[in-house]
Design a protein around this ligand. Sequence first.
Ligand code: NAD
Ligand code: MG
Length: 385
Amino acid sequence: MKRVSIFGATGSVGLSTLDLIRRAPDDYKVVALTANSDVDSLAALAREMGAAVAVIGQARLYGALKEALAGSGIEAAAGEEALVEAAAMDADWTMAAIVGCAGLRPTMAALKAGRTVALANKESLVSAGGLMMEAATASGATLLPVDSEHNAIFQCLAGSSLDDVARITLTASGGPFRTRSRAEMADITPAQAVAHPNWSMGAKISVDSATMMNKGLELIEAAHLFPVGLDRIEILVHPQSVIHSMVEYRDRSTLAQLGSPDMRIPIAHALAWPQRMATPCQPLDLTRIGRLDFEAPDMERFPALRLARQAAEAGGATPAILNAANEVAVAAFLAGQIGFLDIAMIVEEVLNRYSAATPAVIDDVLAADGRARIEAGQVMERLTA
Ligand code: NAD
Ligand code: MG
């Protein structure tokens, strides 16, 4: 029986994780579930799964959560500190599926406590990858990549030495606007941007996939998880999303991981690790798929790819600044305040205006993140004035 905690339980990845747990009730027991503001969904999930603790991120919602859990025996907690405390609670497996840099402190707490952390929350690794990897090494925590590409790479590495790796290829679907010109991208609406051709995901990552910032963030994520050097990590557009990534070894043997584009497959890999579990996912039917296509990524039409690689090369606080500016810009785009092409433009402008010293502790990362958000707000004000 694995005792599991799920951070971001009400989101796309959180609900997929719970779907798998529901199908194997004898193998998993839920300890803690968290959400940001959806009290009703969180309370319903906590009751259904018999969680010990439910934490709502918004401190002002404590009363509402307590009321929703009345008579259940489930402990209610609220606020960022409560999230951090819940992350340090004893659990055999912790899913980090909060979206954005908001997941950084809870994820760090789980790593510092030496937990086994299934990491979906790529923004935390982008912002503070060096500190997170150090914390995991120091405490003996295990980090299991859930992002489908990184989970694929993890599987293709199968314990091999990184010294033997010649190249890692991150595959990218290219998103919903893979074939559009820059001019055609100007009036893309939020509804069009969140309609991904292959994957069903939360709104923020769907917009990131449309700008291809998602692949840029994943490049930085991969560089931390699999430190082979940035020059050995490349991006390949593969519209069918069947090959989830590849590892080429120095003998020129290449291993790829394939599967239907369903997040429950990489989540199941991390959940059952080091074993395997059954999933309800579609078996791969290559006869029906027929062909697999590949293209080089286009840095001109998708400047986010260029910005992310530059930020990865610059290192230090730059990826945290890139991420924070992107989070602000994506939220503004989803709110209808800016255009689609403004997203990468705002990120670039913030990177030009602001830099910070290499973070030594998490508070340094959060300070750079906070300042970058202010800068992004100022760039946007000028834009919409
Ligand atoms: P989502 O928006 O569907 O869910 C986000 C979850 O985080 C929700 O439970 C929400 O309540 C919680 N949350 C949001 N803001 C919070 C805050 N400030 N404090 C505490 N909790 C907060 O997002 P998602 O698509 O499930 O993605 C989650 C993470 O996994 C992201 O980092 C994303 O990049 C990554 N990821 C997602 C997918 C996918 O298929 N959805 C694939 C790969 C990686
Ligand atoms: Mg991915």
